[in-house]
Design a protein around this ligand. Structure first.
Ligand code: ZN
Length: 110
């Protein structure tokens, strides 16, 4: 687990609190919320990157016969499909906020 305040390692101390190496203390609700937010931010960054890639590849393909247009269009379509898949995952995470947090709870209980 990663501390949402400093990005350092987060662990469970003897009092079952979440503490990082810099001394940030978080309760269960903070950790649960941070884990969900972190996943959502990562998903949307990936979606944005894939859509930007698709746009760039389609622009390159439109530049004429000097480019490998068919290959570029194919790769752009694949990037768009991947972005659509990630949008589905992001929507699932919003509908079920616990979806992103169960794994972290399992790690904390180990
Ligand atoms: Zn910290």
């Amino acid at each position: 687990m990663i501390c949402p305040l400093c990005g350092g390692p987060l662990h469970v101390d003897d009092a079952r609190r979440f503490v990082c190496e810099r001394g940030h203390e978080l309760d269960h609700g903070d950790v649960q919320e941070a884990a969900g937010v972190r996943v959502m931010v990562a998903l949307w960054m990936a979606i944005d990157a894939l859509e930007s890639r698709a746009t760039a590849l389609r622009s390159l393909a439109s530049m004429g016969p000097a480019t490998d247009g068919d290959h570029l269009i194919h790769d752009a379509s694949e990037a768009e499909k991947d972005a659509t898949l990630l949008r589905t995952l992001a929507a699932r995470a919003v509908r079920n906020p616990d979806y992103t947090d169960r794994r972290d709870q399992g790690v904390g209980d180990a």
